[in-house]
Write a protein that binds this ligand. Structure first.
Ligand SMILES: *[C@@H]1O[C@H](CO)[C@@H](O)[C@H](O)[C@H]1NC(C)=O
Ligand SMILES: *[C@@H]1O[C@H](CO)[C@@H](O)[C@H](O)[C@H]1NC(C)=O
Ligand SMILES: *[C@@H]1O[C@H](CO)[C@@H](O)[C@H](O)[C@H]1NC(C)=O
Ligand SMILES: *[C@@H]1O[C@H](CO)[C@@H](O)[C@H](O)[C@H]1NC(C)=O
Ligand SMILES: *[C@@H]1O[C@H](CO)[C@@H](O)[C@H](O)[C@H]1NC(C)=O
Ligand SMILES: *[C@@H]1O[C@H](CO)[C@@H](O)[C@H](O)[C@H]1NC(C)=O
Ligand SMILES: *[C@@H]1O[C@H](CO)[C@@H](O)[C@H](O)[C@H]1NC(C)=O
Ligand SMILES: *[C@@H]1O[C@H](CO)[C@@H](O)[C@H](O)[C@H]1NC(C)=O
Ligand SMILES: *[C@@H]1O[C@H](CO)[C@@H](O)[C@H](O)[C@H]1NC(C)=O
Ligand SMILES: *[C@@H]1O[C@H](CO)[C@@H](O)[C@H](O)[C@H]1NC(C)=O
Length: 873
């Protein structure tokens, strides 16, 4: 009876919920589903692959539509899979009517907007992903009512705000991924209530606060990844028992303290522990080495200490930051990858590393390793990558390393390595993709066999003592070559030819991006074939290479060129007009050659040109006025040529120019008021021309200007008081003009001024004495007859008030002792002297009073200097 009483209400509940479902399902039908999906189709504004446009039509059954699956029994829409379709649009509220929906994926499309609240009706949902779209707004709290939800991914969207605690009511949740959103706040402690969670991804979400210890109560967890947040505080200390946990990743946060010793007691299946880039310190708990499955240990960029225990037999990938650990690692024979980048390692590389024969990747970049490379590394027959750049390793590269035919990448730049590269290197290392040995002390001829290293992508031999010719056929076999840097060696071209033929061979490298040859005595001419180099070439740099001849017209074919620098060579002829075709150009330098003719006006077509350096050539004619159109210009240097006519007015429109160098030409005309348009100019040099007229006072608006030279022109008129506004000035040269008037006292405010020259003008009046003027010597003021100032300026002595300095005894000024007392005394005397020498008798001080004052000054000085020298009175 008691049982029956219980049973009845229970049955009633069951029955009524059954009826409710029945009613709900009866009022909706497959037509409802069709309407909902057609509404979705209506909200899609772009369907680039035409997946839905032609397929979702009312003439066929919804159940046959692409991406739609219906239940076999009830024939209602059960699954909606729209992943990777490239769809742009929004989700309409109608979608909430798909009352039988169990599975919904919008993964990898361009949906935007917020998720409509009507979706809260999808009570049967088990799998829901919006991953990789542009959804925004807060994460709806009604997700918490999907009691059957198994997987929820909102990753790679723009959701904001806190994680709603309601999410942690999802008692069936197995996987939760909120990575790559703009969330804030902490990870709620309620997370411990998810009894079935296996996978938790909260990567790069912006979450802060500490890690709730409750996270370690979820015994079902297999993967916890909290990388790249702003989590702080210490690791929760808990007696953790997580027998399923495989991956624990707390990397790139702000976690502090040491690791609690009980953390690793019961993690029997831990395979990967990632704690890099935090602020942890202290010993690594011994229990960690009891985690028998540990394969990946990433501890770098912390302050851990101690050794790695040799029990840790299954470790394959090791990222650490401690020298002691490096020496202890040689017992871990399972190791496949060792990465100790930027870890402050010192001392030599232990030779026992040669025991770790499974190693394929050794990364020791950016440490302070010394000694030589142990030849035992030659035992590592599986080695593919060895990166030792930026250390202080010396000696030769052991020849045995060049026998490891699996090697793909040798990175040893920035050490003190010496010796030769083996001539057969290209034959011994057929898989070589990267050879980076720049900035060492290597020498020897170019290894001819490198032409056979057909996989080579990057070759950097720069800044060594290599010498001899670069083989003509060098590039013949290098079809994949992208980056070539041979700069700063003693390479020459083939002595039998006057052309740089190796450049012709590089036309085989169809993906070439960068060629750097600077600072080698190549001595040849550029072959016409330069124009046949890959159109993917972005940088071509051959400064100071003694290159002769002219610039080939074909250079205009290199349509992706961003940087072309052929500075300081012996180039002749004219600048080819074809370079105007190089629309991606940002940097062009032909400075320091013997180029003739005029500046091609086509250069003004190069929209992004930022640096144009044509300094020191033999260019004639005028500066093309259309250069003023190139608003991207940052630096224009055309000094030391033979340019004539006026500076085009358009040039003063270059609002973003930082350097304008037009010195040593024959430019005439005057400086316009517009000069103040050059708002950010830092370096302005128009010295050595024939400029006339006055310096416009608007020049004072150039408050970023640090270097200004207008010397050797025919400028006249005064130095405007506005010069006192150019507060960034460090260098100012106005010498050898016809300037007149006074040096404005306002210029005393130019506190950064280190160099000042107004010599050989017609200036008059007093030289200011304050601020930077205290440091300038006579050389700054030579040849201005009407200037006056203190005697060491070698100009006329000061007029009356200034002349009182001469009342004082020279001894007083020169003695180094008691400077403060003397200064004080001197200034009191000067003040008194001034009072005695006032022009009107009634303003002069009475002689009795003057004597009294003098006595007081003397007494004070004697007191201050404790009895030193009295001869001055
Ligand atoms: C829609 O696509 C599905 C799946 O690709 C296909 O079976 C069906 O025939 C298509 N229907 C129409 C009308 O194109
Ligand atoms: C996303 O979808 C596009 C097609 O729209 C595809 O090309 C791309 O590879 C997909 N990306 C990912 C990460 O699956
Ligand atoms: C479906 O949803 C929309 C919007 O939420 C609503 O207007 C409509 O009445 C719903 N019902 C059916 C049967 O389409
Ligand atoms: C998500 O975004 C991150 C960072 O932008 C990116 O690295 C990752 O590949 C993206 N994932 C997917 C599945 O698109
Ligand atoms: C870590 O903390 C420092 C200062 O406490 C802060 O400057 C830095 O941005 C933080 N880094 C992260 C990833 O939160
Ligand atoms: C931690 O767990 C171990 C067994 O795994 C147990 O012996 C110990 O008493 C526990 N310590 C605490 C503080 O709960
Ligand atoms: C290495 O892993 C295997 C299973 O993959 C395990 O049986 C063995 O105990 C581990 N060895 C050590 C020394 O931890
Ligand atoms: C390497 O050592 C030198 C001198 O001992 C030190 O100045 C430098 O900071 C160290 N560099 C690194 C990356 O640890
Ligand atoms: C490791 O290498 C060292 C030196 O190369 C050698 O003496 C030692 O026997 C090797 N250990 C093992 C376990 O092979
Ligand atoms: C500059 O040009 C003038 C006339 O055009 C010429 O006399 C002079 O020699 C040239 N100067 C230089 C340095 O080329």
């Amino acid at each position: 009876m008691r049982n029956g009483c219980f049973l009845i209400p229970f049955t009633v509940i069951l029955w009524s919920s059954f009826v409710a479902t029945l009613v709900a399902d009866r009022v909706t039908s497959i037509n409802t589903d069709q309407d909902a999906l057609l509404a979705l189709k209506d909200h899609i504004v772009n369907d680039p692959q035409n997946r839905l446009t032609t397929n979702w039509t009312a003439t066929t059954s919804v159940c046959d539509w692409v991406g739609v699956t219906c239940g076999t029994r009830h024939r209602r829409v059960r699954a909606l899979k729209l992943s990777h379709m490239g769809l742009t649009g929004t989700i309409p509220p109608h979608l909430g009517n798909l009352s039988f929906l169990v599975f919904a994926s919008f993964y990898n499309n361009s949906f935007r907007g917020s998720v409509p609240d009507e979706l809260a009706k999808l009570r049967r949902l088990k799998y829901f992903t919006l991953q990789k779209n542009y959804f925004g707004g807060e994460i709806p709290s009604w997700f918490g009512s999907f009691t059957r939800l198994h997987t929820l991914s909102l990753a790679n969207n723009s959701f904001t705000g806190a994680i709603p605690p309601s999410l942690f009511h999802l008692s069936e949740l197995d996987g939760l991924d909120l990575s790559n959103n703009d969330l804030q706040g902490p990870i709620p402690g309620e997370i411990g209530k998810l009894p079935k969670l296996r996978i938790l991804y909260l990567i790069h979400t912006g979450l802060s606060g500490s890690i709730p210890s409750a996270i370690f109560n979820i015994s079902s967890l297999q993967v916890i990844d909290l990388t790249g947040n702003m989590l702080s505080g210490s690791m929760p200390s808990a007696n953790v028992t997580m027998s399923s946990l495989r991956i624990l990743d707390f990397g790139s946060n702000n976690l502090t303290g040491s690791l609690p010793s009980n953390l690793f007691n019961n993690l029997p299946n831990l395979e990967g522990l990632y704690l890099s880039r935090n602020l942890f310190h202290g010993q690594i708990p011994a229990a960690l080495f009891g985690c028998k499955q540990l394969k990946i240990l990433s501890l770098s960029y912390n302050n851990f200490e101690g050794k790695i225990h040799k029990d840790i037999r299954n470790l394959t990938k090791f990222y650490v930051a401690d020298a002691e650990m490096l020496s202890s690692i040689s017992d871990v024979l399972s190791l496949e990858l060792l990465n100790l980048q930027n870890s402050g390692l010192t001392g030599p590389i232990p030779s026992a590393i040669g025991n770790l024969t499974l190693l394929w990747n050794i990364g020791l970049v950016d440490n302070n390793l010394t000694g030589t490379i142990p030849p035992e590394i030659g035992n590592l027959v599986n080695l593919k990558i060895i990166s030792l750049s930026a250390n202080r390793i010396g000696g030769p590269i052991p020849v045995r390393i060049f026998n490891i035919s699996s090697l793909r990448s040798i990175e040893m730049a920035g050490n003190y390595l010496s010796g030769h590269l083996p001539s057969s290197i290209g034959l011994q290392l057929p898989n070589l993709e990267r050879l980076l040995v720049g900035e060492n002390e290597l020498s020897g001829p170019f290894p001819v066999s490198l032409s056979n290293a057909s996989e080579l992508l990057t070759l950097e031999l720069n800044s060594n003592f290599f010498f001899g010719p670069i083989p003509d056929a060098f590039g013949d076999g290098l079809r994949n070559l992208r980056y070539l840097n041979l700069g700063n060696n003693s390479y020459t071209s083939n002595s039998l030819s006057s052309e740089l033929n190796f450049l012709t061979s590089l036309t085989n490298s169809k993906n070439l991006r960068e060629v750097i040859l600077s600072l080698n005595p190549l001595k040849g001419t550029l072959p016409i074939s330069v124009g046949n180099l890959s159109s993917s070439l972005e940088d071509l740099v051959a400064d100071s290479c003694q290159i002769k001849g002219s610039i080939p017209e074909g250079i205009g074919n290199l349509s992706n060129l961003v940087l072309l620098s052929l500075q300081d060579n012996d180039l002749k002829g004219t600048i080819p007009t074809t370079i105007g075709r190089l629309r991606k150009f940002q940097y062009l330098s032909f400075s320091g050659n013997n180029l003739e003719g005029s500046t091609p006006s086509d250069l003004s077509e190069v929209e992004n040109l930022a640096f144009l350096h044509l300094w020191e050539n033999k260019l004639v004619g005028s500066i093309p006025s259309c250069l003023g159109k190139v608003s991207s210009l940052r630096e224009l240097s055309m000094g030391a040529n033979n340019l004539t006519s006026t500076i085009p007015s358009t040039l003063w429109r270059l609002k973003d120019i930082q350097l304008l160098q037009l010195s040593s030409n024959s430019l005439s005309g005057s400086l316009p008021l517009d000069i103040s348009n050059l708002k950010v100019v830092r370096h302005l040099d128009i010295s050595g021309n024939q400029l006339s007229g006055e310096i416009p006072s608007s020049i004072g608006d150039l408050i970023d200007l640090a270097y200004l030279s207008l010397s050797n022109n025919r400028l006249q008129g005064p130095i405007s008081r506005s010069f006192g506004h150019m507060v960034s000035l460090e260098f100012l040269d106005l010498s050898r003009n016809n300037l007149s008037g006074e040096i404005p006292k306002d210029m005393e405010k130019l506190t950064y001024l280190k160099y000042f020259n107004v010599s050989f003008n017609g200036l008059q009046g007093e030289i200011p004495g304050g601020g930077p003027f205290k440091k300038f010597s006579a050389r700054s003021f030579l040849g201005n007859e009407a200037l006056c100032g203190s005697p060491q300026m070698q100009v006329q002595p000061y007029s009356l008030p200034g002349a009182v300095t001469q009342i004082a005894d020279a001894n007083l000024k020169d003695h180094g002792q008691y400077p403060a007392a003397k200064k004080d005394c001197l200034s009191s005397i000067l003040e008194l002297a001034l009072q005695c020498s006032a022009e009107q008798p009634e303003e002069r001080i009475d002689i009795e009073d003057a004597l009294t004052a003098l006595k007081k000054i003397k007494a004070k000085f004697l007191k201050d200097s404790r009895g030193i020298g009295t001869s001055y009175i």
